[in-house]
Design a protein around this ligand. Structure first.
Ligand code: GLA
Ligand code: ZN
Length: 674
């Protein structure tokens, strides 16, 4: 539960009343109530107005709006306002502005531009947070804290002299001696050997390729530096308001922070979701991000902290959300585990960089718009879903996602730049999504108890302890599926001696002699070694293939042409009670689907309903009840056979008998009593 006073799904959005006069606030309160808003995020970008200079605070506007929201029954997710410092702070202290890798020092004039290792910034931010928390700790509207905003958005890296000093300290803590740094980074290569800590710099611009281990550690260090900024604020808030939940909003697609590590420090995961409304966009991508967010919180409900009511302003072409699409995506969020649906933003700005970003209240300034009507309808519907809050999801399949692995694999030079980590994960996620089989996303150190299948595509890096953990998982009866370019390096991006796939050789029962990346016009073919009724006998493959030698494994498919001809393409190895698969190429989506559905069948994993293409199913469960969110993303109406008649449509209260028609773009939420 987000707060003991809120018993329904949180609904509202970023509210920036400082951009408006007080008569507009009064109108906002009426419109918020009309739309069913019960929660707003406040003061995210208010620092400059709250603090005119280093020694003066002015809470006049915040006091008034907090009181006004409270008297209208609306709770506040109060931001700590540290996302963007006032110009006077950037100017007063030389260490505040960040420096890019090629040495350009930033200037004030945008937002979220500060060096995470600036002492002056941290001092000023903690002063603000302490003052703000002390002032509002007992305010009846305060329901949750929202630290900063989208850490890593805009400034995910800084290369200034301060960061150089902090990086050395970080390295000293991690490695104790320069000798170990030399060993882990392989600095005998290209004459990079260090004799003193002071010789080590951030990986700034240089003429040749940078040291990959150095770059990787710098990414870790930057993620940790921003996490330190977050933790600094968290500690202050925890002390002043021990009972309140604290969040910070994650964003997707930047992938610069190790969110699995961050999530351990966050009470409620929240994130900002901006699926492209263009027809070519696949809703599976957004579904994946929701699953990832739920994974960060070990399955706990999260908050959809921001979504656009209609279009955004920052794509090359800002396609508008057609009627019903915002509602569809809102239910995708709730179905995948969100206990809150929030917008960026409540009222559309008239000035500034985001004036064409959609908002619940459009430039017309009133509630007379298609967008507001859709916001109001959704607000009223969500009020009928109190039973959903706190419910969770169950999955038999998990996919491993690891940031450090991504950072290491995606080094500036690699075997193939056509291979990216996220795509590899998504290529395996999408067939499961299309089959409506629930999936959890887990980190390399997550608990695997209860999963029957674990997929680890492109797990290039094998961290210490991981191989043993996966061997246990498989020996206990699990099925482990991994793919090409896995288990090549250790956590410092050093290749395992003795050949690939490093410490997973025994589990997989194979060795890999060479890898062969393919250009888009090069294809290969795989052929199954045994006839199987459900999987095509031959299938095209692309992107990459490995030259695999069998040690103990069985061959499932072989390459039938090119350099790999006759070599195994897919293998499996019995290990204890389970099986470990290796897929040595990029198979086609149809193949993956057939392959996974066969494994799911054997493991007794299936979808609750059989649904037409483009119809997404999400199940949440609580107190012996299941809640099925059926979302029709397709352009056709969907007809669904319902076998039992004990289903209740939660929005209409009606019982559902035998058949259900869901129009294109529409949704149904069914309560299923078991
Ligand atoms: C991000 C930010 C918001 C706003 C939106 C616009 O998610 O957190 O402040 O800029 O993008 O889409
Ligand atoms: Zn810096």
């Amino acid at each position: 539960m987000i707060n003991k006073n809120i018993h329904s799904i949180c609904y509202g959005g970023d509210y920036n009343p400082e951009q408006w006069t007080e008569d507009v606030w009064v109108q906002d309160m009426e419109l918020m109530k009309e739309a069913g808003v019960n929660f707003v995020s406040l003061a995210i970008f208010s620092w400059a107005l709250l603090q005119p200079d280093e020694n003066t605070f002015d809470f006049t506007f915040l006091d008034k709006i907090m009181d006004l929201l409270h008297s209208n029954g609306i709770y506040v997710d109060l931001a700590t306002a540290t996302a963007s410092q006032p110009p006077w702070l950037s100017i007063a202290y030389d260490d505040v502005m960040p420096v890019s890798a090629d040495g350009v020092k930033m200037t004030h004039g945008s937002r979220q531009t500060y060096c995470p290792n600036s002492r002056s910034w941290r001092n000023a931010a903690s002063h603000l947070v302490r003052t703000l928390a002390a002032r509002y700790k007992n305010h009846p509207a305060l329901a949750m804290w929202h630290i900063n905003n989208e850490y890593g958005c805009h400034t995910a890296e800084c290369y200034c002299d301060n960061c150089a000093v902090s990086f050395r300290k970080w390295l000293q803590k991690r490695y104790k001696s320069v000798g170990i740094v030399n060993e882990k980074w392989g600095t005998r290569f290209w004459s990079q050997y260090y004799y003193k800590w002071d010789e080590i710099y951030p990986p700034r611009a240089t003429m040749g390729k940078k040291n990959p281990s150095h770059v990787l550690d710098y990414k870790r260090f930057m993620s940790d530096s921003l996490l330190d900024c977050y933790s600094m604020e968290y500690e202050i808030l925890r002390q002043i308001t021990p009972e309140l939940k604290i969040t910070t909003n994650f964003l997707m697609g930047i992938d610069k922070l190790d969110y699995f590590k961050w999530a351990k420090e966050i009470d409620i995961i929240s994130w900002d979701s901006y699926p492209d409304p263009a027809p070519s966009y696949n809703p599976a991508l957004n579904a994946f991000d929701h699953d990832l967010m739920r994974g960060f919180g070990n399955g706990r409900p999260f908050i959809l902290m921001e979504q656009a009511p209609a279009q955004v302003n920052w794509r090359d072409i800002n396609v508008n959300k057609h009627p019903g699409l915002m509602r569809l995506y809102s239910y995708q969020a709730v179905g995948r585990g969100a206990d809150g649906v929030m917008f960026f933003q409540w009222r559309q700005s008239l000035r500034g960089a985001e004036k064409f970003h959609s908002a619940c209240i459009t430039h017309s300034g009133d509630g007379n718009s298609r967008i507001f009507r859709e916001v109001r309808q959704l607000g009223h519907e969500l009020k009928k879903l109190n039973c959903i809050t706190g419910s969770t999801r169950k999955a038999d399949i998990a996919i491993v996602f690891d940031y450090e692995n991504m950072w290491a694999f995606e080094y500036e030079d690699r075997q193939s730049k056509s291979v990216t980590y996220r795509d590899q994960i998504l290529n395996w996620y999408k067939p499961l999504y299309e089959m409506n089989i629930p999936v959890d996303i887990v980190g390399t150190d997550s608990n695997l108890k209860g999963y029957k299948i674990l997929l680890a595509p492109l797990l290039y890096m094998t961290k210490e302890g991981y191989a043993e953990k996966i061997k246990r998982f498989t020996a206990d009866g699990g099925e482990y599926i991994t793919t090409f370019s896995s288990s090549i390096v250790d956590e410092w991006d050093g290749v395992f001696p003795g050949g690939y796939p490093g410490p997973l050789k025994e589990l997989l029962g194979i060795t890999i002699e060479e890898f062969c990346p393919l250009t888009p016009d090069m294809k290969t073919t795989i052929a199954l070694t045994d006839i199987d009724d459900t999987i095509p006998e031959t299938s095209k493959a692309r992107l990459w293939y490995d030259i695999i030698h069998i040690v103990d494994a069985e061959i499932f498919a072989v390459f039938s042409d090119a350099l790999g001809k006759g070599y195994p393409a897919i293998t499996y190895n019995y290990f204890g009670k389970g099986k470990a698969w290796y897929i040595g190429t990029e198979t086609e989506p149809d193949f993956k689907k057939a392959f996974l559905s066969k494994i799911c069948l054997r493991q007794n994993i299936n979808s609750l309903f059989s649904l037409p293409e483009g119809v997404e199913l999400n199940i949440r469960e609580q107190n012996g009840k299941k809640y099925a969110f059926i979302l029709n993303f397709s352009i056709k109406n969907a007809s669904i056979d319902i076998m039992q008649n004990s289903y209740i449509d939660l929005l209409t209260g009606q019982k559902i008998h035998d058949r259900l028609i869901i129009e294109s773009g529409n949704i149904r939420i069914l309560e299923i009593s078991s």
